[in-house]
Design a protein around this ligand. Structure first.
Ligand SMILES: Nc1ncnc2c1ncn2[C@@H]1O[C@H](COP(=O)(O)OP(=O)(O)OP(=O)(O)O)[C@@H](O)[C@H]1O
Ligand SMILES: [Mg+2]
Length: 413
């Protein structure tokens, strides 16, 4: 039976396959209403790798531009998305943003001469090379930021005026994914702080920023401007609940049924395993769903399918391991003795293990054990038990599985 696999471990989801995040969606909706009413609270979507930041940003984009309604409200913001990397300077950011705005506006109204006029200060950068943009951004940063801000203010004024855009907009939503990649030179925090103050004083406060990134994006902003973080409400993404995890699997199977006409069911035991192995981490749910779907050859996904999909050759555990754990096990961990501590702990999966239990099997000296435990805690690989001295567990259960499997494979080869 050959059917297209509906699970997406390699790409963020869009609306149809999106599950959960009700609190965040509610916050998003409120922020959009606030932005329309000239009092925006910008959003900062934070979370570890693969937790679903980009997927939530995709959803935010659809809500903001009105492609997807939430409750009865259909928003109507001009919505643009830009990405950052370490090399982007303030002139690049302005150029990218203008291009993105131009692209969105011209979808509805090809007449955009007014826009070019608002962003006239960029003309000197257009023909110039990277070196000039970088040099100007470094040497004339505050002047550039000021011109950039004026352009945005002019743009927002025009967006709210139907003579320019055909249909009046609620404002402008700017989505920036992977904001943790912003370089020091970009000075993102200062730019946002200055912009926000200028928008208030010009009475044009209808721009909403939605940033996402790894938790250290907070430092990126603070280092650039101490109080820039106060502009944001933080949305810390956590793993999905058991119910939402099962929903992800169900969504995938519904999609597959729509495309192939073949209905596949999941039994209760398999549902439990999906959650047990993934612990609700969205990336893992998609990967385990993908692998179990590959293994299954009838119309019922059962415990054996999930098990084989997870532990089998080229299965989910191997894929997840290559993406996440190889680095934690080899690059982030300094010594073989620390790896030994993890191996001993992994025998208990991610249950609490006492220092004494580790000590019984540990081949190194006592001080190596103490130092090792401390280093692993500092790196966030193991977690100390609150209120109980000398007990620890691995951060992720699937890491424990992976270590066990990996060591066995190494033995064999
Ligand atoms: N709400 C969700 N519902 C279903 N699947 C999801 C959801 N959020 C994320 N996923 C899945 O989890 C995986 C990771 O999602 P995404 O790329 O959005 O995470 P991320 O936090 O942006 O990751 P990275 O830090 O690597 O950029 C993808 O395979 C995606 O399909
Ligand atoms: Mg992402």
């Amino acid at each position: 039976m050959s059917k297209a696999n509906p699970f997406t471990p390699h790409s963020p989801v869009h609306t149809g396959m999106f599950v959960g995040r009700y609190f965040e969606i509610e916050a998003l909706d409120k922020s959009l209403i606030q932005a329309k009413n000239s009092n925006p609270t910008h959003l900062l979507i934070l979370g570890e790798r693969g937790i679903g930041k980009t997927s939530l940003l995709n959803l935010a984009q659809m809500f903001a531009c009105g492609e997807f309604p939430w409750k009865d409200e259909k928003h109507n913001f001009l919505t643009v998305r830009i990405s950052l990397d370490e090399n982007i300077c303030i002139a690049d950011l302005a150029l990218n943003l203008r291009r993105a705005i131009e692209r969105e506006i011209s979808k509805e109204n090809p007449e955009i001469a007014w826009l070019k006029k608002s962003w006239e200060f960029l003309s000197r950068f257009e023909a110039a090379g990277v070196a000039y943009r970088k040099e100007e951004s470094a040497n004339n940063s505050s002047q550039l930021i000021q011109e950039f801000i004026y352009s945005l203010i002019d743009t927002i004024k025009s967006l709210k005026d139907p003579t320019f855009v055909g249909q009046k907009k609620d404002g402008l939503v700017i989505l920036i994914d992977e904001a943790d990649k912003a370089s020091k030179n970009l000075n993102l925090g200062t730019f946002l702080k200055n912009l926000s103050e200028a928008l208030i004083s010009e009475n044009q406060n209808n721009i909403l920023f939605i940033l996402s990134g790894l938790p250290n994006v907070r430092n990126v902003l603070i280092e650039s401007h101490e109080s820039s973080l106060r502009l944001f409400q933080e949305l810390n993404l956590k793993p999905l609940s058991q119910e939402d995890t099962v929903n992800v699997i169900q969504r995938g199977l519904d999609k597959s049924e729509k495309e192939s006409g073949i209905k596949i069911l999941v039994d209760e035991q398999a549902k439990k395993l999906f959650f047990l192995y993934s612990e609700g981490y969205p990336h893992f749910v998609q990967q385990i769903g993908f692998s179990a779907f590959e293994v299954n050859d009838d119309q019922l996904i059962n415990e054996t399918d999930v098990d084989t999909g997870f532990f089998g050759k080229h299965g989910a555990l191997e894929q997840i391991g290559q993406r996440y754990y190889v680095r934690s096990f080899y690059t982030d961990i300094a010594t073989d003795l620390q790896r030994e501590i993890l191996t001993i702990m992994s025998e208990k999966w991610n249950n609490w293990v006492s220092r004494e239990q580790i000590k019984k099997k540990f081949t190194g000296k006592e001080y190596s054990l103490n130092n090792g435990i401390r280093a692993l805690i500092d790196k966030g690989i193991i977690i100390p038990r609150d209120g109980v001295k000398g007990q620890y567990r691995l951060q992720w259960a699937s890491f424990a599985f992976w270590i066990g499997n990996h060591n066995r494979e190494k033995h064999r080869s």
